[in-house]
Design a protein around this ligand. Sequence first.
Ligand SMILES: [Zn+2]
Length: 228
Amino acid sequence: MEKKRATNGKFKTFLKKNVYYIIMGVCLIAIAAMITVALVVKDNKDAVDPAGPSQDITPPADDVVKPDDDKPTVDPTPIDPDPVVPTPTAIVFACPVADVNILKDYSIDTLVWNGTLKHYAVHTGIDFAGNDGDSVMSAYSGTVSNIKYDVLNGYTVTITHNDKLTTTYSSLNEPTVTVGQSVLKGEVIGTMGVTATNEYLDGAHVHFCLYENGEVANPYAYLTIGEK
Ligand SMILES: [Zn+2]
């Protein structure tokens, strides 16, 4: 009993002498424990954070695309303030003969003397005089739409140029073109002759007429010859 009491006494004495050191030691241990806990918590946070920050750094796909969507991908076609309106090609006739010698001019309003028929009459076309066999050319590109012979006009070739314009060439010798044949402007379609009995005394010539929508029209609307 005494031995135990003595041991207790020594222990109490030890506590009294070192109480401050013991308290400091306990405090240090407590501080160390707190620091350790703090570090562990921080490590846990860091372990979770990488997924978070990476999401913050990399914007969502929508945020990446949106700026591009806001910008027009194709520049809108600028409105032309002065658009060029295509103008149809003006039709200009070629003279149906090489050497221009107008025997009788177009005269739809004024009667002119017909020496063969011995009377005054309108003249629906232009008579180009020449030698029998001289070439006659198509005034404009088109299609041979008719070839006919009658005593008054002789051989007549009709060329349809479009849905509006048609030209005829009368007092020809027998033509070499055929109906349905395409011809170019200036292409030979026959030769002038003396086949039209109504202008027989005028000699070899071609009686050239223009029809607009089926009606006789002034050839000079498309044909320019000298001062005409
Ligand atoms: Zn004539």
